[in-house]
Design a protein around this ligand. Structure first.
Ligand code: TXA
Ligand code: MG
Length: 348
């Protein structure tokens, strides 16, 4: 299949957007930018479109998809009964990087929800995404537009690298703003529960809802605590190299990474280092990539996945990463990094 690359870096192109909408309506797949990561979109009401999504990504079909909408009037059609809490959260954070799990209506095919009786819904905060949803009929099922197991794409080039030739169109809207997938909150639990941390933090959710808890399966290495979001159980976001996160005082971390990088290089291994802007210049060996500034944590979330992909392209053997436990989105950044590292953390 020839994949059309639609350039909308300067904004929504009406003609191309009509074409994109007609691809979605006829059951095809269009990758598009959102404020979090690029999504791989298909008609959420068409079971054949979701089958195509699973096959293009190589994703297990028990891992449900998020349904993207562009207006509140769309909610009733796909949700059985809309909880009051959803309206409060939508008021505070939609359009935006928050996905809500609610009871599924019969209009949503089970192939989209991986057989579950709930549906994940999000209204993205991005002009191109919103225009595509409208042009494509109002309900777009979209996982992140990466091959299953690779870091989520934050540029159209990342999508091309994974999906060129497998989908109908890729809309290039430039680099994304946030760089980590949306926060997921489950509103079908008696106490709302965060299934995946993201840019909308636990504190922000508690400010609106009061009591909110974290899925205990997220913190645990104990396999009997399974995360509730099926997608969170996979070793995801994984670079090809062996990744180790180094934690401790900034001084100890820098010294430990420097010495491990030296050792790796003397063994003949190619070594990547992920550092904050504040420390990057202190390393004297290895391929050093600065994720961003600890003082502006959004710069770190924005660049993390791209750096993991770059190290894959460079054929790096080992990666040492500083830890980025920043105040607001640090929980989300570390959640992704720890998964990428397969829980390999060194405390110094
Ligand atoms: O930011 C995002 O959310 C991006 C953009 C494209 O919107 N999308 C995204 O989709 O990250 P995906 O498919 O990569 O991740 C969706 C996650 C998976 O972990 C999945 O298991 C979970 O949401 N999920 C979807 N429906 C669910 C449901 N009904 N119950 C529990 N978890 C669900
Ligand atoms: Mg994903």
């Amino acid at each position: 299949m020839e994949t059309i690359l639609a350039d909308m870096r300067r904004g929504v192109d009406k003609g191309l957007m009509e074409k994109a909408g007609s691809i979605i309506k006829s059951g095809g797949l269009v990758a598009f930018p959102t404020e979090t990561v690029y999504g791989l979109g298909g008609n959420a009401l068409d079971p054949e479109a979701s089958a195509r999504i699973y096959s293009a990504k190589g994703r297990p079909s028990d891992n449900p998809l998020i349904v993207h909408i562009s207006g509140m009037e769309s909610l009733d059609y796909i949700v059985g009964e809309v909880p009051g809490q959803a309206l409060m959260l939508a008021d505070a954070f939609w359009p935006g990087p928050l996905t809500m799990i609610m009871p599924r209506s019969a209009h949503v095919p089970l192939s989209v929800t991986g057989g579950l009786d709930t549906v994940a819904v999000r209204m993205p905060d991005h002009d191109i995404a919103l225009a595509l949803i409208e042009s494509g009929g109002g309900y777009i099922a979209a996982p992140s537009a990466n091959t299953s197991g690779r870091p989520s794409p934050t540029t159209a080039k990342h999508v091309m690298d994974d999906l060129d030739g497998k989908i109908d169109m890729i809309i290039d809207g430039g680099s994304v703003g946030i760089g980590l997938e949306s926060t997921i909150i489950d509103l079908t639990e008696s106490v709302p529960m965060v299934l995946r941390p993201g840019y909308i933090s636990l504190d922000m959710l508690r400010d609106v809802l009061g009591e909110v808890r974290m899925d205990p399966g997220l913190h645990s290495d104990d396999p009997s605590f399974r995360p509730k979001a099926p997608g969170m159980k996979y070793r995801h976001y994984a670079p090809k190299a062996e990744l180790t996160i180094v934690e401790g005082s900034e001084e100890n971390v820098r010294a430990a990474i420097e010495s491990m990088a030296r050792e790796a290089i003397s063994r003949g291994q190619a070594c990547g280092i992920i550092a904050a802007d504040e420390d990057a210049s202190s390393y004297s060996c290895g391929i050093v990539r600065s994720a961003g500034s600890r003082a502006r944590e959004i710069t770190i979330s924005r660049h993390l996945f791209g750096i993991l992909r770059e190290f894959d392209d460079l054929g790096v053997d080992v990666i040492y990463s500083e830890s980025f436990d920043t105040p607001r989105i640090g929980m989300a950044i570390m959640n992704r990094l720890i998964k990428a590292a397969g829980h390999h953390i060194l405390k110094v």
